[in-house]
Every structure is written in C-alpha cells, then in structure tokens.
Design a protein around this ligand. Structure first.
Ligand SMILES: Cc1ncc(COP(=O)(O)O)c(C=O)c1O
Length: 495
C-alpha cells in the first residue's frame, strides 16, 4: 500500500519546545479537506474539543481518590473553557461544575446541573446571581461579610435555607502568611466568623456545609498545609448553623505541556543569552518574556513570566502528592480527611483540559518586515490564543496543502488581526521546512485550558472563534452552540 505523505509539520529549529500530543490531533491534522470544510462553515479560527480526552482526565483524577480511599469529588472549573459540551460531558460523567458568573451558573443549570453537582465560586456575587443560586439550592462559596449578609437576606426573602461554604485564606506556611485578596483571613476572622454564624438571628437561613480555598501558584505543600489548617478550623466550628461535609481545595493542579525537560531548560538558557545580547534573538523584538538585562552587572534580572510548561509532577500525581503529604512525624493528609468523614473537593480547570483542545487558523498573507523577518498573517487575533502567560511556549504545526518536497528552513513569526504592533500570536521565533501558502492551516495544540477563551475579545467587531467538539472517536465534529437543554445527554452523545 502506498504510504500517505504527511503534509503537516511541527516547528523545529535549534530551540524546539515539543508539545505532548494525542493521536486524535494527528487524525485531524491529516485531514486537510475536513479542516477546509470546517473553515468554510465556521470561519477562522476554530477551536476543537475532544471529549474522550476530557472524560479520560476525569477518570484519572477519580482513580486517585479511589486508590487512596478518599471521598473525593471533582468540580470542573468552567472558567477555563466556555464550551457547553464540556459542562454536559462533566455532568453526564457524574462530576460537578464550578461556576463563576451568572451565565455560567444559568447555562450549567440549563444543561442539567443541579444542587448536587454545581457550586458557585464567583468572585463578585450580585443580587440576581445570589438569587439564582439560592433558588436552585446551589452551594455558594462566601468570600466576605457583605456576601454573608446578602445570602442571608436572599434566603430569608425566599424562605429557604442557603447552603454555604466559607472561603479561607492567609494560611501559615513555614512561618509566613500566604496573602490573597480572596476569602476570610484564617487568623483574623476566625472568631468573628464563628460568632456571626453562631448567632441564630443573623444566620437563621444559612447552613454552613464546608470550607473552601483556592491558592495562587502551584505548591503541593501549601495546598496540603491549607487542608490541615482548614481541618483545625472545622473542629472549632461545631456551632448551631453548621453541618460541615466538605473541604474544597480549588484548582491550580499543575499540568505538563512539554515532552522534554532538556528542551525546556535549554530554551530558558538560550532566551537569557539572547536577552544579554550574547546570542541571536529567539523571540520577536528580543522579548525577554520576563527576563531582563541588568545593566550594572551585565546579568539577568526578573523571571520567566509564563506558565511553567514543563512539570514532572502533574495532574493526578499532583493530587496524590497533596493527599499523601505529611508533616514530619505526622500522619498523611488523607488520613485526617478520612477520619473527619469529610468530602474532599477539587476544582480543576486547566488540568482537566489536558490534551482536550486544538486551535486552528488559516494563513492569509506572508510578508517580510524591514528586519528581514518573515511575518505570516493568520485569520485570528492575539486574544484568541492568550492567557496571563507572556507566551504560549509550545511548537505549533503547519498543515501544508502541498507535499513537503524540499526543506528550506524558513524562520517566521505568526501575526494576528489587531491593529497593534504587539499582535504577534506567538512571541517565539519559529522554524518550518517551508513558508506556508495562503490558505494553509496553522495548528496550536493543547489550547483547551484558558488559551482559547479567557481573554478573547470582540475588538474590531471580529467574530468570536467557533467552538466545536468531537464526542467520540468516530470523528463527527459538532458545533458547541447547538447544545441546549432540549438535548438529552444521550441525544448529544449518540448523535
Ligand atoms: C476558585 C477557583 N477554582 C478553580 C480554579 C481553576 O484553577 P485551575 O484552572 O488552575 O485548575 C480557579 C482559577 O482561577 C479558581 O479561581
């Protein structure tokens, strides 16, 4: 049989950052015609979501809870990706959804969510949002006294008992307090909070069901310590308006994007050399991505301002490390959790989206700038591949319409549609065998967590990117926005 010639190619060059990929991604990249049709219907860029990868991630986390015999529950943090298909998949898989706004909660309810499987953690809770949550008996994570007053008032007006969790912060880690703008300070507010909730007049329509935290950063130790310190608080909260059944430890479970630790370290080293002008730039306009040249010492200051894309310990193993953490000479965290008969909840966003997403855009033009750089203009803008990270440090792919016969090692940057000098889609200089043709496709892999949606805007009145999903391996690709309440889970998944 004649071997099919591959037409897609990853960026290579001397500083590769090879992403971890999945077989479904290659099936898509192999089907130029199918992508062409999708672009005709939905425009560029498109975001593809592979639901079997999502449910596999759910299973992998569930496996850790089962293995360690911990009563655990997952709440998918929907803020990381807007797609309804993921909400539907999470709910039909028996896990919950963490909602962070009125529309997130409203849609999750319409898609089949309920008091059993939804939680509201919104940073700002307006009166309509609080009313929606109380009306539907959704657990509400409370951040401050004004929210406590509001939820009490709303529940009283509706003659209901609101189920609440208290968000804590200010945990003590190795003698230092962890600052957060969120939550009640674990030291300063403890007694006042106990008094407030213990006052039957003030809190007569409230039932305290649990405690919550979400920590910035990615420390296993900090999360484990925060669980232990929260358990101490629970012991003290044996008061009237309480029936404490959960600790919710939020998200921040690390994910690994890259195949090679060496590539990751070499890239950072090489970037620093470029910033020091000891080597040629590896980024657009020699952007240090957080590294700066210290002129006095001719050294580097600052730190890499991106997500830590390579992580040896990630996903389910990261969770396992939290649960098996012990203070010197003490029992592991999981034993305390088991003994207290507490459900341990997690709210992973990014790490549940590992290997779930692809963003594909069409090449519109090619040009050379005055510094002799190839700039390849894509039919997308910088907000459609953006997070708080200074750059998305994964090699993208080009799908060529013509077979790659000769290799010319072209270095290039991808540019976007905003009228901003900084709309350079990836800051890294990339290297491909050939310049793409107009109409070729560029594929960014593993973009499901935050990259697609978190900062997407409609500036210049650009259409928002289209979200599509693949519900099983028969490769049917469906638009996310057709999902509605009318569909049963079976309708959607057996279409
Ligand atoms: C309260 C809360 N829960 C969960 C998450 C999800 O975090 P991650 O995507 O890092 O898992 C966030 C992210 O900001 C959050 O604020």
């Amino acid at each position: 049989m004649e071997e099919k010639i591959k037409k897609y190619r990853k960026s290579e060059g001397s500083n590769p950052l090879t992403p971890i990929t999945s077989s479904w991604m290659y099936k898509i990249m192999d089907n130029h015609e199918q992508i062409g049709k999708l672009m005709e219907i939905y425009g560029s860029p498109i975001n593809l979501h592979h639901l079997p990868s999502f449910t596999k991630n759910i299973e992998d986390f569930q496996h850790i809870f089962q293995k360690l015999e911990v009563n655990g529950q997952i709440y998918f943090a929907r803020k990381a990706n807007k797609s309804k298909s993921l909400v539907k998949a999470a709910l039909s898989y028996g896990v919950g959804v963490d909602t962070a706004s009125y529309r997130e909660l409203q849609e999750a309810l319409a898609l089949g969510g309920n008091a059993e499987n939804l939680v509201l953690t919104a940073a700002i809770k307006t009166l309509p949002l609080m009313e929606l949550a109380v009306k539907n008996n959704i657990s509400i994570i409370i951040d401050n006294y004004d929210e406590l007053e509001l939820v009490q008032h709303v529940a009283q007006e509706m003659d209901r008992i609101a189920h609440i969790g208290i968000r804590l912060s200010g945990f003590n880690i190795n003698g230092q307090k962890l600052y957060s703008r969120f939550g009640f300070d674990i030291d300063m507010e403890r007694d006042k909070l106990k008094g407030w909730l213990g006052d039957r007049l003030k809190s007569k329509n409230l039932l305290l069901c649990g405690f919550h935290f979400h920590l910035d950063g990615y420390s296993i130790e900090q999360r484990a310590e925060a669980i232990l310190q929260t358990l101490d608080v629970i012991e003290e909260f044996d008061i009237a308006a309480t029936k404490i059944s959960f600790i919710d430890i939020g998200g921040g479970i690390l994910m690994n994007y890259l195949e090679s630790k060496e590539e990751w370290e070499q890239f950072q080293e090489r970037l620093q050399q470029a910033v020091l002008e000891k080597d040629a730039p590896v980024t657009f306009k020699n952007n240090g991505l957080g590294f700066k040249k210290n002129l006095q010492e001719n050294g580097i200051t600052g730190k890499l301002n991106t997500y830590p894309y390579f992580n040896q310990i990630n996903g389910p193993e990261f969770l396992e490390r939290i649960l098996t953490y012990k203070r010197p000479g003490d029992k592991p965290v999981l034993e305390y959790v088991r003994n207290e008969n507490i459900q341990l909840r997690i709210e992973p966003g990014r790490s549940l989206l590992n290997q779930v997403g692809l963003t594909i855009a069409k090449v519109v033009h090619r040009k050379k700038d005055a510094e002799n750089n190839w700039l390849v203009g894509l039919d997308m803008n910088m907000s459609q591949l953006k997070s708080s990270s200074a750059d998305f440090l994964l090699d993208p792919y080009i799908i060529y319409s013509d077979p790659i016969e000769t290799e010319n090692n072209i270095e290039l940057y991808f540019t976007g549609a905003y009228c901003l000098e900084q709309d350079v889609i990836l800051k890294r200089k990339l290297s491909f065998p050939n310049l793409p043709q107009i109409g070729d496709f560029v594929v960014f892999v593993n973009t499901g967590g935050y990259m697609m949606h978190f900062y997407e805007t409609e500036a210049h009145l650009f259409e928002l990117s289209k979200n599509l999903y693949i519900h099983d391996d028969n490769e049917t690709i469906l638009p996310d926005d057709t999902l509605s309440k009318k569909h049963s889970v079976e309708d959607v998944f057996e279409n």
